[in-house]
Design a protein around this ligand. Structure first.
Ligand code: S3P
Length: 176
C-alpha cells in the first residue's frame, strides 16, 4: 500500500493550500476531508454544525476517516482542524502537523481579500477567546499525533512544500 500524506493543524493554517501545492509538486492527487464531507452530506460545514451540531459532525469525520483508511492510498489529504481526533488517524497515512502561532494564523486570514468569508464559514472561529482556548488545548494533541512537524508561520507555500517533500522523500513515502 502506498501511504497517504495527511496534513493536520489548526483552522486557517493553510492545510488546503499546502496540499494543492504539494500535489502540483509531486503529481499526487489532493483531497480535503471537509470537501468530502460537504459533498457526502450535501451541506456546507457551517450548516451541518448549525442544524446537526458538532457531535454529529465529528461522527461524520470518523466515518470519513474509516472510508479513507479502507479506500484511499497514495493521496495527499488536507483535513479539517478537528479531524486529527479520528481514532484511526495514524492508520490512514503519515501525519504532517503544520504549525503556526494563533496570532500568525489570524494575521494571515485578515490579510486575505476574502477574510470575512473565511471566518464566517468556520463555526469554531466566531469567538476569539474560545478559539484561543481551543488552540491551546489542541497544540499538544496535534504534536502527539504527528509523524512530522513543519513550521509554516511567515513562510511561502513553496518553501513549506519543499520541506514536506524533502522529509517525506527521506522517509520513503514519496519516491522521486
Ligand atoms: C474545524 C475546522 C474546520 C472544519 C470545522 C471544524 C475544527 O476546518 O472542519 O469547522 O474543529 O477545527 P479548517 O481547519 O479547514 O478550518
Amino acid at each position: 500500500m502506498t501511504p497517504n500524506i495527511l496534513l493536520v493543524g489548526f483552522m486557517g493554517v493553510g492545510k488546503g493550500r499546502t496540499a494543492r501545492a504539494l500535489a502540483a509538486e509531486t503529481g499526487l492527487f489532493a483531497v480535503d476531508t471537509d470537501d468530502l464531507i460537504e459533498s457526502y452530506v450535501k451541506q456546507k460545514i457551517r450548516t451541518i454544525f448549525a442544524q446537526q451540531g458538532e457531535p454529529a459532525f465529528r461522527k461524520i469525520e470518523q466515518k470519513t476517516g474509516f472510508w479513507l483508511e479502507k479506500q484511499v492510498q497514495g493521496t495527499i489529504i488536507s483535513t479539517g482542524g478537528g479531524f486529527f481526533m479520528v481514532e484511526n488517524l495514524n492508520r490512514i497515512g503519515k501525519v504532517v502537523y503544520l504549525h503556526s502561532s494563533l496570532d500568525g494564523i489570524i494575521a494571515t486570514i485578515m490579510r486575505h481579500p476574502n477574510a470575512e468569508k473565511k471566518i464566517k464559514k468556520r463555526p469554531l472561529l466566531q469567538d476569539m477567546d474560545k478559539a484561543q482556548a481551543l488552540y491551546e488545548t489542541r497544540l499538544p494533541l496535534y504534536r502527539n499525533k504527528a509523524d512530522f512537524e513543519v513550521n509554516v508561520e511567515g513562510r511561502k507555500t513553496s518553501e513549506i512544500v519543499a520541506e514536506i517533500a524533502s522529509l517525506l522523500t527521506k522517509d520513503g513515502v514519496i519516491q522521486r
